[in-house]
Design a protein around this ligand. Structure first.
Ligand SMILES: *Cc1c(COP(=O)(O)O)cnc(C)c1O
Length: 442
């Protein structure tokens, strides 16, 4: 249809992205090449099955593309096997549970309030109705409570132990968890699957600034492809073990994990793969394998640590005292007496986008958590460095002072001039760092 308003709205979104700064740690900007692959005719094709083993004809090109994506993912994470078909991070997790667990089996994972993810057993999810999730927490200083993890593992003898999170700022001790699993496995008399959900930090692993769980005794790693990996929205599962025929049944043993996963993704939990998205994953993985991506990963962490230090200096209380990755969790309630939702709302007005987030043992209401979560992957993609992080921290403090003076959302009305001034400073800086996928003068 000519002049479909959809395209006008997309233009408006391009403007919003260009004029603001993205502090949401789970977002990023893809390259023009990734966008091009995603918008290709591959979306026209049905290709249920796997390369060389499809249920439809005409897949000779699709097979080459999916094979490239698989080979690049294996190289990135030093894995025996990769499944690039999960439509999202949530689907990837669902497939791994389905591959290894029976209904009623116990899964030990980080509790949501401690920094875990909804898909790790939140009662509102489908998996929580199928499996028995037990949650471990974090200590005062923001690290995994390994003693609690060990105690719960001995007590519940889970079939699967999961290390993964969306709001956790330390580098996990994968070896320690692997050791606990080995001991409990011996006592229980069955194998325990070690799964890492690295949806947030996969790009840091690929970039060599974070340990790879597959090199520390874990058999499976799930991820999203759109966060630090800087690819299209989607999921990924990489694993260690023997790769068998995905169309044939196999025993539930750790060595068969790659085949069990293939079967669990299709036909277990999904239908036809999104091959246009898989092509975009292949392009992104190709970019992630370049030496420049290592510089990018290093800069993400450097920016996050600089931003954290400056926020701290300005009086913000940080969960865990700082960060070892790209994530920062700020306790605005403790620091300044205002809640995360209010701060999020006010920052939106100046073009700084982030999300309100609960803190471990948060006393605030579910919709009024005490903190905000932010991170540096998107800003780093645009080329912002440490000097710009100082500006971001300064803007955040100025907005915070306005919030304190205003008292609540309605009170912001009498501070529009001050907010507007910050808004134009943010816009000016943002516009001098173009977004890779959006051509200038567009
Ligand atoms: C983002 C995230 C997911 C979910 O990814 P979706 O693609 O949104 O389904 C799963 N696990 C963790 C740890 C995440 O951070």
């Amino acid at each position: 249809m000519k002049n479909d308003p959809v395209f006008e709205i997309i233009k408006q979104e391009e403007t919003r992205q260009s004029e603001g700064l993205e502090l949401i740690p789970s977002e990023n900007y893809v390259s023009a090449e990734v966008l091009k692959a995603m918008g290709s005719v591959l979306t026209n094709k049905y290709s249920e099955g796997y390369p060389g083993k499809r249920y439809y004809g005409g897949n000779e090109n699709i097979d080459q593309i999916e094979t490239l994506a698989i080979e690049r993912a294996k190289e990135l994470f030093h894995a025996d096997h990769a499944n690039v078909q999960p439509h999202s991070g949530a689907n990837a997790n669902e497939a791994v549970y389905f591959a290894w667990c029976q209904p009623g089996d116990t899964i030990l994972a980080m509790a949501l309030p401690a920094g875990g993810h909804l898909t790790h057993g939140s009662p509102v999810t489908r998996s929580a109705k199928i499996y028995n999730f037990v949650g471990y927490g974090v200590t005062e200083d923001g690290d995994i409570d390994y003693d609690e993890l060990e105690r719960l593992a001995r007590e519940h003898q889970p079939k699967l132990i999961l290390v993964g999170y969306s709001a956790f700022m330390k580098i996990p001790d994968f070896d320690r968890v692997a050791k606990i699993a080995a001991e409990v496995s011996k006592a229980a008399g069955y194998e325990i699957l070690l799964m890492a959900d690295m949806a947030h930090v996969a790009g840091l692993i690929a970039g060599g600034v974070h340990p790879n769980p597959l090199e520390h005794g874990f058999q499976v790693m799930t991820s999203t492809t759109h966060k630090t990996l800087r690819g299209p929205r989607g999921g990924l599962i990489v694993s260690m073990g023997t790769v068998g025929n995905p169309l044939k049944k196999c025993e539930r043993k750790l060595e068969n994990i790659p085949t069990l996963i293939d079967r669990a993704v299709f036909p277990g939990t999904q239908g036809g793969p999104l091959e246009h998205v898989i092509a975009a994953k292949a392009v992104a993985f190709g970019e992630d394998l370049q030496p420049e991506f290592q510089d990018y990963a290093r800069q993400i962490v450097e920016n996050a640590q600089a931003l954290a230090a400056e926020l701290k200096r300005l009086g913000f209380a940080l969960q865990g005292g700082g960060t070892e990755n790209h994530l920062i969790l700020v306790n605005v309630k403790d620091s300044f007496g205002i809640d995360g939702k209010f701060f999020e709302y006010a920052l939106d007005k100046v073009g700084l986008t982030l999300n309100a987030n609960a803190l471990p043992n948060d006393k605030g209401a579910a919709f009024r958590p005490s903190g905000v979560r932010l991170g540096t992957p998107a800003m780093t993609t645009r080329g912002l460095g440490v000097p710009e992080m100082m500006k971001v921290a300064d803007w955040m403090k100025r907005v915070l002072d306005i919030c304190v003076a205003a008292g609540d959302e309605d009170g912001l009305g009498s501070h529009e001039a001050e907010l507007g001034a910050i808004r134009s400073e943010v816009r000016n800086l943002a516009l001098s760092f173009p977004i890779p996928g959006i051509p200038a003068n567009n």
